[in-house]
Design a protein around this ligand. Structure first.
Ligand code: AMP
Length: 399
């Protein structure tokens, strides 16, 4: 995947329909509580403005019913905040696709920004409807996808709109370009040793990732509750730990396939209850007594994992090593996060909890890439094709 970016398109006096991910958290008063997703879209938007183009921004927010306007999901507060971040007024269309949005798009002057109302107010968005898509496609001359968190979906704005704009430039924005660079290109052609660290609650959520990475990695370090299923499958005892008993056969298959590549914890931190200030004991993995549950990898495992990470040239991490939300069960996750931050490897942090852990520890700047998409980053690590990205223009290679 070597996709053309918005930087390669002459956007002067052109209208650029940009699919962004402005699915930000809002409180009951409609105030944005975290505007990181807006900040991350700024480079693409500013690049278009600076070169004399007019961005027409479209996004979803939350899960409205798809039957028209719902105040709590309106993008109007976002137009205001985005205007503050850009230092210029952001025009707003209270209609998603139709006469009002077309008139506002037609009247847009070079350098002006227009934001459309929530795409999901129209049921055509989730349905991937062609008629809805063609109305959006008519608004602009160029299509740009900068919504990585939605790239694994086939909603109208992701697939039917660029399809309807065939023959016009269809490119990725800077955010999507960076995600593809790390989650796809780096992983397909990694500097070795290539080490993956996978944790979290369930093996079943990450089967695709384990299978795909087993073919590419030199080691996969397993932590979190996910490790319990592997340990049980090997005949160990896991007490009252969170475990997927019905996935033992699958775990055995992955162990047989992975052989020494698949590294399991040697010790765990266990307790009788998942509570603050509970008494904690270290036990060898697979020897957890009745009434105890594994809530984190142990210090020996964390040390072993850190040593493997220290010699890696490429590292991918998805999922915490334990219940990192509740100290002291955050230690395994913290040790692994610090080992990644201290390593010289190209380090890629999958979205969700691992990204949150890296952020909480103040280590975001010490890693190469923190993905902005939870589901999308998992899907890309599984090596699944992304229709929304595949149909976009490729960089032309001259012979
Ligand atoms: P996931 O969404 O699959 O990445 O799982 C993340 C969740 O797994 C977090 O909320 C952790 O608290 C939880 N988790 C990690 N390790 C354990 C464990 N040993 N026992 C119970 N929950 C765990």
């Amino acid at each position: 995947m070597n996709k053309k970016t918005i930087a390669e398109i002459n956007v002067k006096n052109k209208k650029v329909l940009v699919r962004v991910d402005f699915n930000v958290p809002l409180n009951k008063q409609g105030v944005i509580t975290d505007d990181r997703r807006l900040q991350m879209a700024l480079p693409t938007i500013q690049s278009i403005i600076k070169r004399g183009g007019s961005p027409i921004l479209m996004s979803h927010l939350g899960r409205p019913k798809g039957q028209g306007y719902e105040k709590e999901y309106s993008l109007l507060p976002i137009a205001k905040r985005l205007g503050e971040l850009l230092g210029q007024k952001v025009l707003f269309s209270s209609e998603v696709a139709g006469e009002e949005s077309q008139a506002k798009a037609d009247a847009l002057q070079s350098g002006e920004v227009l934001l459309l109302e929530n795409l999901r107010f129209d049921c055509g968005e989730k349905a991937g409807d062609d008629v809805f898509a063609s109305k959006l496609a008519q608004l602009a001359d160029v299509y740009c996808n900068d919504a990585f968190g939605t790239c694994h979906r086939t909603d109208a704005s992701m697939v039917a709109v660029p399809q309807a704009m065939e023959g016009q430039p269809r490119v990725v924005g800077f955010l999507v370009a960076k995600e593809i660079k790390y989650l796809s290109q780096t992983i397909s052609n990694p500097a070795r040793p290539f080490v993956a660290i996978l944790g979290g609650a369930k093996v079943s959520d990450k089967i695709g990732v384990i299978e795909n990475l087993l073919d590419k990695c030199d080691s996969i370090l397993i932590g979190g509750a996910m490790a319990n299923t592997f340990i049980l499958a090997q005949g160990g005892t896991v007490g009252t730990s969170l475990v997927e008993e019905e996935k033992q056969e699958l775990a055995r298959e992955l162990i047989a396939k992975g052989k020494e590549k698949l590294v399991l914890p040697i010790d765990v931190q266990s307790a009788q209850k998942l509570e603050a200030n509970v008494s904690v004991q270290t036990t060898p993995a697979g020897q957890i007594p009745d009434g105890f549950m594994a809530l984190d990898i142990g210090a020996e495992s964390a040390k072993k994992y850190s040593q493997i990470i220290a010699s890696a040239k490429t590292v991918v991490w998805n999922g915490p090593m334990g219940v990192f939300e509740l100290p002291p069960f955050d230690r395994g996750t913290e040790t692994v996060a610090k080992a990644i931050a201290n390593s010289k490897a190209t380090s890629i942090i999958g979205g969700g909890d691992s990204a949150a852990a890296i952020g909480q520890l103040g280590l975001t700047e010490a890693v190469s890439h923190v993905s902005t998409g939870g589901g999308a980053s998992l899907a890309m690590l599984e090596g699944r094709p992304f229709v929304a990205v595949e149909l976009l223009d490729e960089v032309e290679v001259s012979c």
